[in-house]
Design a protein around this ligand. Structure first.
Ligand SMILES: [Zn+2]
Length: 595
């Protein structure tokens, strides 16, 4: 008997739950789900305990399919893991049904009032189960090591639409102003990929395997922005093998969605900040698509091996991008990623253990350690292996990796053993153990190279002591959004108010529509004390809840005495609009600056 995942009560000496049948009634006024979950497992030869993860669930009863009551205990909740629910199952049992209600403060669920949506007429509900929040929606063995198939029936107000990370089984009228949506997920998934959204949603077809969902006011813009999804899908299949999830649909989320995207299978969730009107941010779409192979098909065994989901996926995302847009564009994105990695390394200067790829997280909340490290350091490690092995050999390795571990999980140690075997010479040549188990970025990490990148870097000479150059009007006008991010990301901090004023006057950066470039600019400008950036930063932070913007911009506001009180007042005003995961991040930033 052992609990291999430090973030789950799941015990590998106990029966494995293989299937979930969920029925849930969505109650917007009380902000709860009234639910029953039937968990199925292989028939028990003897009586057995079954430990499940829960957080803030009100368990009302547990029974066998014939109605016999099952004895159970709910332990006192532990701050990170939640409360263990232990079922005492008799010999012969092969399923148990748990009746329960979620809490209005369920950590996976965000309930939006109509005013917080694009259309402002209907409420909206969405889930975010990664890393360990699925247990606040369904009592489960909430670890990637226990994959489940699921079916669901979701009962919602009849004027709303429910969507899930599953195949649609249609809608039926349930009377009394209610409707029931059916779903079936035939492929086994780790529980963190369970996903639900309910709102005023419409869809547009994008290709034979894809449609985009969004609120009616947003759906046309989303369909235009994500029109390339079918090209991406075919390109990705060429690189990584067949797409195993039948459909790749997209849900454009409300502005408070805390991430750029979430790779829920069959229904990727994407932030509306990608709707830049110029298709320049679709690398996030490529990223979520790439997760269909790396993450969803081959899954990290637990949060300590998160880099295997994210580093692999950044690598795969940039391979898709290279095939569609060329190596120069990819080099620019890699350069932006490298700057973000350097900033993350600086943030963890006094916790270097969090800059290892393979982390130790017993007693640590995985949300608290979220950073660019598993993404961009993981990417660099794979690029180093690719360079050492040569692309042809590495591509064979990658396909074999996916094929070997598909619909399974993997640890960093298993990755090391597999790579030593399949890519012998390369693992040792790059010192794979140092990449995996030591902090920091190893010397000799691959550097992105491209003529366009060199031209940009000439404007911002790194570490030479030379002052950065203002791009000429013609140069700046020709910059792509990614080139702006490279330029802004490489300016010295603080950049100086004169330079900021000149940049803002010449290029109107504070009025940009592209949220990624705007946020990069505001970070530079606020840190420099460019006062004209404060109002646009407050506007952006009041509008969107994406953590990629919240963390640096609140930090920039709170770290200067002149704007610290405004940061606090802004957060008090916006707090209710932010997702619980994002609130935790901003509160951490404000607390650190107060200390
Ligand atoms: Zn990802």
């Amino acid at each position: 008997m052992a609990r291999p995942d430090p973030h789950s009560y799941a015990d590998d000496g106990q029966p494995a739950v293989r299937r979930l049948d969920l029925r849930a009634r969505v109650d917007f006024s009380a902000q709860v789900l009234h639910a029953q979950a039937t968990l199925s497992f292989d028939p028990l030869s003897t009586s057995a305990s079954l430990d499940l993860d829960t957080r803030d669930l009100a368990v009302e009863g547990v029974s066998l399919p014939d109605g016999t009551a099952v004895r159970y205990t709910v332990d006192r909740p532990e701050p990170i893991l939640g409360a263990r629910l232990r079922l005492e199952l008799p010999a012969g049992a092969m399923a148990a049904t748990i009746r329960y209600a979620t809490s209005p403060t369920a950590s996976a669920l965000q309930w939006l009032a109509p005013a917080q949506t694009a259309g402002k007429r209907h409420p909206f509900l969405f889930s975010q189960c990664q890393a360990i929040h699925g247990r606040s929606v369904v009592p489960l063995q909430d670890t990637p090591r226990r994959r489940i198939r699921y079916r669901a029936e979701i009962d919602v107000p009849a004027d709303l639409c429910a969507v899930m990370s599953a195949a649609s089984m249609g809608r039926r009228d349930a009377g009394s102003g209610r409707a029931v949506f059916g779903f079936d997920m035939p492929q086994p998934i780790p529980p963190y990929l369970l996903a639900l959204a309910v709102g005023d949603l419409e869809s547009r077809e994008l290709g034979p395997r894809s449609r985009v969902w969004a609120e009616p006011d947003v759906v046309e813009r989303a369909a235009w922005e994500f029109a390339s999804v079918d090209d991406m899908l075919r390109t990705a299949e060429g690189l990584f093998g067949p797409y195993e999830w039948d459909r790749f649909d997209i849900l454009t989320m409300p502005p408070s969605f805390p991430y750029g995207g979430m790779e829920n299978p069959r229904l990727a969730f994407l932030t509306p900040t990608l709707l830049a009107g110029d298709r320049s941010l679709v690398n996030v779409l490529a990223h979520e698509l790439a997760h269909s192979w790396t993450g969803n098909l081959v899954t990290n065994a637990d949060a300590e091996h998160f880099w295997l989901n994210e580093g692999m996926t950044v690598f795969a995302e940039r391979r898709i991008q290279e095939a569609l847009e060329g190596p120069d564009v990819t080099a620019l994105h890699a350069a932006v990623g490298r700057r973000a990695l350097d900033r993350a390394m600086a943030r963890f200067a006094d916790r270097p253990e969090l800059t290892r790829l393979r982390t130790q997280l017993a007693g640590v909340d995985p949300d608290e350690t979220f950073s660019e490290v598993p993404y961009e350091k993981g990417y660099l490690f794979l690029r180093a292996l690719e360079e050492a092995a040569g692309r042809a050999r590495f591509d064979i390795f990658l396909k074999k990796y996916i094929d070997t571990f598909r619909f399974g999980t993997i640890t960093s140690e298993e990755f090391a053993a597999f790579t030593r075997r399949e890519l012998s010479g390369a693992f040792e040549a790059v010192d794979g153990d140092a990449w995996l188990f030591a902090p920091g970025v190893p010397r000799g990490a691959p550097e992105p190279r491209a003529a366009r990148l060199e031209a940009l870097m000439a404007l911002v000479p790194p570490a030479s002591g030379e002052a950065p150059h203002l791009p000429s009007a013609g140069q700046g006008a020709a910059f792509s959004p990614t080139e702006w991010q490279v330029y802004l990301g490489n300016l010295p901090r603080p950049a100086g108010t004169d330079l900021c004023r000149a940049l803002d006057d010449r290029f109107g950066l504070s009025a940009l529509r592209n949220a990624d470039v705007l946020a990069s600019w505001l970070d530079v400008a606020l840190t420099a004390g460019h006062d004209a950036a404060v109002a646009p930063a407050e506007r952006l932070l009041a509008e969107v809840g994406r953590m990629k913007y919240l963390r640096p911009l609140y930090l920039a506001l709170a770290s200067r005495p002149e704007t610290r009180a405004r940061a606090r007042a802004l957060y008090d005003r916006c707090r209710d609009r932010y997702h619980p995961i994002a609130r935790q991040v901003v509160e951490g930033v404000l607390r650190d600056q107060d200390a």
